[in-house]
Write a protein that binds this ligand. Structure first.
Ligand code: OGA
Ligand code: MN
Length: 249
């Protein structure tokens, strides 16, 4: 199924469509839209909105042209610092747990496959930084639905910390028994990352592979059901928020 979106003078053919019967956009409203902080951030200047729209477009275009989208400085350095401090606080409080693979009955912790520690971000979180980031992601989810008929209606995410030497071997993000995860969105929280420190994300494409370095503020976007990917070990701690846009019924 293809959709033609007219932008400026050009007709852009959009091919991202995960279902034949799109959900009305109204069902996919951000659950945070009624909280007081959100009302404040909702009134951010129109300029910021169009800046975000450009970033969303860049991620979508990258996905269509190169099987992955990357945007540097997706969020402000201040927000990166806030989210990194949250992760470090969870780590210090012993709240980051050894990550597993699989889901429900097939869930297992296997440190030959992945060695990161994670902490889920709950839907009812009250942290301002998390709320600000979630708002952007829900805006992006709505934007995808409106422009690519993706019918997304849920989102889940967790902090991840990779200690030096930790990795996540080649995998896909969509579970075998649950196809809910459609798109992966990873935000990096690392200050001044050097190429030589490793920790790259390798994304396997149809004919080749690309490497993405985990610089703070960068977002990478790819399909959870299509692209295998892996996280290489790094020489210093590597921090991120991994998230998945979903279609749940
Ligand atoms: C994941 C994952 C990639 C990254 O958490 O599933 O693949 O670069 N993360 O952290
Ligand atoms: Mn993954």
């Amino acid at each position: 199924m293809q959709h033609i979106i007219v932008k400026g003078e050009f007709a852009i053919e959009r091919k991202i469509c995960l279902q034949t019967d799109p959900l009305p956009y109204a069902i996919c409203l951000c659950p945070y839209s009624l909280t007081s902080h959100s009302l404040t951030s909702k009134s951010v200047a129109l300029k910021d909105m169009s800046e975000m729209t450009d970033k969303f477009e860049c991620l979508i275009q990258g996905l269509m042209d190169a099987e992955h989208g990357v945007v540097e400085n997706f969020i402000s350095p201040q927000l990166v610092a806030t989210l990194r401090a949250n992760l470090l606080a969870r780590l210090a409080a012993g709240e980051m747990i050894q990550a597993g693979v699989g889901q429900d009955n097939s869930f297992q912790q296997n440190n030959e496959v992945r060695r990161d520690q994670i902490s889920w971000i709950e839907d009812d979180q009250t942290d301002r930084g998390e709320e600000e980031y979630f708002r952007l992601l829900w805006d992006f989810l709505g934007y995808l639905n409106q422009t690519c008929y993706t019918g997304l209606n849920a989102f889940e995410s967790h902090y991840a910390n990779y200690d030096p030497g930790s990795f996540y071997r080649k995998h896909r993000d969509q579970f075998k028994v649950d196809s809910g995860r459609k798109f992966s969105v990873v935000l990096y929280l690392n200050d001044l990352w050097l190429e030589a420190e490793g920790g790259q994300l390798i994304i396997y494409r149809k004919d080749d592979q690309v490497m993405v370095s985990p610089e703070g503020g960068k977002v990478v976007f790819f399909r959870s059901d299509v692209n295998e990917h892996e996280v290489l070990p790094a020489t210093r701690a590597r921090m991120s928020i991994a998230g998945w846009m979903k279609q749940v019924h």
